[in-house]
Design a protein around this ligand. Structure first.
Ligand SMILES: NC(=O)c1ccc[n+]([C@@H]2O[C@H](COP(=O)([O-])OP(=O)(O)OC[C@H]3O[C@@H](n4cnc5c(N)ncnc54)[C@H](OP(=O)(O)O)[C@@H]3O)[C@@H](O)[C@H]2O)c1
Length: 296
């Protein structure tokens, strides 16, 4: 199987590249400057003619707070651009896997969100990603939209790396404790994307395999609990960095975040037999890897 992945430098794209060899599949990463999602003509030129069994769109405008003042740009990338990637995949005659987000929901429900729950984004990034889901679904009937959340990895910028940086110079860090979600390892996500890609490319009748699916690490946490788990591992027998619980109101950000980011992963398990490992297990190996790099 040959997979083309957009978003070359991103966490998910780099994780897919790293995991590909374990499955004996070929992953080609494409990204800026060769493939820019704001350049509609360039998307077709960048993808057409390439040999692929499936296209994964992991490129996105991911600066959630900056999107509040750059919504047009975020929408060009995450909305229009995602739709054009899906259209290019359709012209290539292959399915598209689109990565989406928990931020399409407002977070007001008191249970994990299911795929059929009505989206109602409360920030510009969420609106741009929802536009992308709709554009992808309209452009290519062979689409799998995977909503995930709280993604971290050894690559790029993410919450784990931020906590490790802050914890290196502080004895206490204030972290939001009234938003719930599930930390998701991009490497686990990559394993799951590969399993989905194999199944969908190997199926003639794809009707039951397409649509929207929720996919996050197993279990749930608040950001403060996520931070505590990171610091428990960096303590190495000493006193861990203390986590001071904050309310969302005490930590204002330009973009509002949903209080409930939990996504129900049942459909993914039922249709694809795919389930991500418990978040604490995956976090351990990522933190160990990052600590090994920093002490080398
Ligand atoms: N990170 C999370 O917590 C999270 C949560 C839920 C969903 N997601 C979704 O998961 C997917 C992957 O996220 P990630 O964490 O891997 O993101 P990331 O590390 O921020 O990487 C995003 C990639 O998109 C590329 N990109 C941005 N604008 C582009 C454009 N105009 N044209 C082409 N490429 C562009 C960036 O390229 P440059 O390197 O050139 O800037 C970067 O390589 C995204 O769809 C995101 O919305 C992420």
């Amino acid at each position: 199987m040959r997979v083309i992945v957009t978003g070359k430098q991103g966490q998910v794209a780099r994780s897919l590249l790293e995991r590909a060899s374990a499955y004996g599949i070929e992953v080609e990463l494409v990204g800026r400057p060769d493939l820019d999602l704001t350049d509609s003509g360039g998307i077709f030129d960048g993808l057409a003619g390439r040999d692929a069994d499936v296209v994964v769109n992991a490129a996105a405008y991911t600066a959630v707070d900056r999107a509040e003042t750059e919504e047009d740009l975020a929408t060009r990338v995450n909305g229009t651009g995602a739709g054009l990637v899906a259209e290019a995949a359709r012209e290539m005659g292959v399915p598209v896997i689109q990565i989406s987000t928990d931020y399409v929901f407002d977070g007001a429900l008191d249970r994990p969100y299911r795929e059929e729950d009505a989206p109602a984004p409360i920030n510009a990034y969420g609106r741009s990603k929802l536009a992308g889901e709709r554009a992808v679904a309209a452009a290519n009937p062979d689409h799998v939209i995977l909503r995930t959340a709280w993604v971290y990895s050894p690559f790029g910028a993410n919450f784990v790396k931020t906590m490790l940086r802050l914890g290196a110079s502080r004895s206490e860090v204030g972290v939001v404790a009234d938003q719930r979600g599930a930390p998701t390892s991009a490497l686990d996500l990559a394993d799951a994307v590969i399993a989905i890609a194999r199944r969908i490319t190997g199926s003639r009748n794809r009707a039951g395999l397409t649509g929207v699916f929720h996919m996050t690490g197993g279990g749930e946490a608040t950001w403060a609990e996520f931070a505590e788990a990171i610091f428990a591992q960096t303590a190495r027998g000493g006193k861990p960095v203390a986590v001071r619980p904050l309310t969302t109101a005490e930590y204002p950000t330009p973009a509002r975040r949903p209080a409930n980011s939990r996504l129900d992963p049942s459909r993914l398990r039922e249709v694809y037999g795919v389930e991500l490992p418990p978040w604490r297990e995956s976090l351990k190996s990522c933190v160990a890897r990052l600590l090994a790099v920093s002490s080398a």
